[in-house]
Design a protein around this ligand. Sequence first.
Ligand SMILES: Nc1ncnc2c1ncn2[C@@H]1O[C@H](COP(=O)(O)OP(=O)(O)OP(=O)(O)O)[C@@H](O)[C@H]1O
Length: 269
Amino acid sequence: MSQAEASPAGPAPGEVLLKVDNISLSFGGVRALTNISFDVMKGEIRAIIGPNGAGKSSMLNVINGFYHPQEGTITYKGETRRKMKPHQAARTGIARTFQNIALFKGMSALENIMTGRNTVMAHNPFTAAVYLGPAKRSEIHHREVCERIIDFLEIEAIRKTPVGRLPYGLQKRVELGRALAAEPEMLLLDEPMAGMNLEEKEDMCRFILDVNEEFGTTMVLIEHDMGVVMDISDRVVVLDYGRKLADGPPDQVRNDPDVIDAYLGVAHD
Ligand SMILES: Nc1ncnc2c1ncn2[C@@H]1O[C@H](COP(=O)(O)OP(=O)(O)OP(=O)(O)O)[C@@H](O)[C@H]1O
């Protein structure tokens, strides 16, 4: 799978792809994020964890341009900005999924995944209107990409089923497919395993690891299931009340006394 509008001189695996510097975000009197800084290396699986209301979703929303921070900068592929617009984020290769499934329930799995191609479809109104060669070829190519994703995510059997009729775990998989259809360089996953049973969680973990390995997609994920986070992440950043509490590999974060206090609520000496 190629990547959307990949910069020719983009970072190599292991180099910094995204850097957030001193991000602060408030909603009226509510301070959602205070001076948050961390980076994401190309190709890694980076988790953001923290108790409810810690600022995790707000952080994802800043990265993909839904929220505009009052302070701080975001550097993505070497380009520094205070704020990003969602369509800019999408065009430069950032895709995301949402905490609550945001699919078109009456449309099939395939149609939903096709909608994920919108950001990468170049339209020529004339050829599209009369469905000339280039428009036809481009449509065939988009369908091929979507069919490949369907194969990859093992959802052939439900490709024509309206997603509203699918079990929750499969809907989440279709949502992952729609995000992948944009051929993202970086994928933001907001609680990809929330509400899933154990088997569905294991499947989703496998797909996240496979996407990361097969396509080299960088992942930033929010997840409440600590077992999952520690198993699949390369590095973990911990937020609490909008501040950064810890940042490092899973083993380091797991044993950090501040994290144990704040997040796990377990006493220590
Ligand atoms: N659009 C908004 N308007 C007002 N306040 C908001 C908005 N979005 C987030 N907040 C507030 O910012 C703080 C951080 O919320 P956020 O949703 O980022 O936390 P979270 O760590 O993702 O929580 P959860 O795990 O419960 O999803 C909370 O106090 C929340 O109420």
